[in-house]
Design a protein around this ligand. Structure first.
Ligand SMILES: [Fe+2]
Ligand SMILES: [Fe+2]
Length: 279
């Protein structure tokens, strides 16, 4: 597999100080307080992998937010709407750092090889600026960010140790604004879009939703793998997670999209996880 190692650094000095002043809550978190004495080597490696994977997902989301920001500007979206979205890439960089530091708490990051030029699916260059940004917002915000809110909030809720609780709490707070943004954008854009264009957005949303369903099916298939019980790792049980994911996809993604005239493919109602609801 060709690609580059996912590695990060801080420049330090005045730049880091400026960054710290922008988000002082990061340094205020109780770093170095995890008691790993009862965590097995296997659990530690699983935690390093999970937090490194989360850091990479946040990094990708940062690219998605930056791409959307440029498209909002090109579409001459309302200035205040653009201004609100301009904070999102910074939020995601903070989330990258938080997750990467959590991996460090467990002994360091694990190896992720990625293609930096193919982290997110960009927009179709043949579309006009409004449709380009609408396509990005629907996929990245109305689906991706909106679904992450209940899942992160539930994960935050079960975390008991102050460190993962603080990390997840910060991410939940920021993501709440990201999740709302997609539908605020659509409420502005919808009157400017034809039924045909909305149908096309529905196809994009379907792709993004199916991508998530595939990930959940994969998670479902691995649900019986041994999970650490120690809450120091701050994870939800897989069955509960998938059940919540399934329900939230309907109420927080599909229903609000359809309420705005964006049709979601009927097959999705058949795309149920085998027995997530029963767990
Ligand atoms: Fe994030
Ligand atoms: Fe986000």
């Amino acid at each position: 597999m060709s690609g580059e190692l996912f590695e990060l650094e801080l420049l330090g000095g005045a730049t880091e100080q400026r960054f710290r002043r922008m988000r002082p809550e990061v340094e205020a978190m109780p770093w170095g307080t995890l008691d790993l004495s009862r965590v097995t080597e296997e659990q530690r490696i699983a935690a390093r992998k999970a937090w490194t994977g989360s850091a990479y997902q946040e990094h990708r989301t940062g690219a998605a937010c930056a791409l959307t920001l440029q498209a909002l500007i090109e579409a001459r979206a309302p200035l205040d709407l653009i201004a609100v979205a301009s904070r999102f890439p910074l939020d995601e960089m903070v989330h990258v750092e938080l997750c990467a530091r959590m991996a460090m708490e467990f002994g360091g990051g694990t190896e992720i090889i990625h293609d930096p030029k193919a982290m997110v699916v960009g927009c179709d260059a043949s579309l006009d600026p409004l449709m380009q940004v609408a396509d990005l917002v629907v996929r990245f915000f109305c689906v991706g960010e909106a679904i992450s809110i209940p899942l992160l909030r539930a994960t935050w809720h079960v975390a008991k140790h102050p460190l993962p609780k603080a990390v997840l709490g910060r991410i939940v707070k920021d993501e709440a604004a990201h999740g709302v943004f997609g539908f605020t954008f659509l409420d502005w854009a919808c009157s400017r879009l034809s039924d045909e264009e909305k149908a096309r957005l529905g196809v994009s949303a379907d792709l993004a939703i199916r991508f998530l369903f595939d990930q959940w099916l994969d998670l479902h298939a691995r649900r019986d793998e041994p999970r650490p019980e120690d809450d120091v790792l701050g994870w939800m049980q897989t069955g509960a997670y998938l059940d919540l994911a399934n329900r939230s996809m309907q109420t927080l993604v599909i229903d609000p999209l359809e309420a705005r005239g964006i049709p979601i493919s009927a097959q999705l109602s058949e795309f149920r996880l085998p027995d997530a609801a029963a767990e």
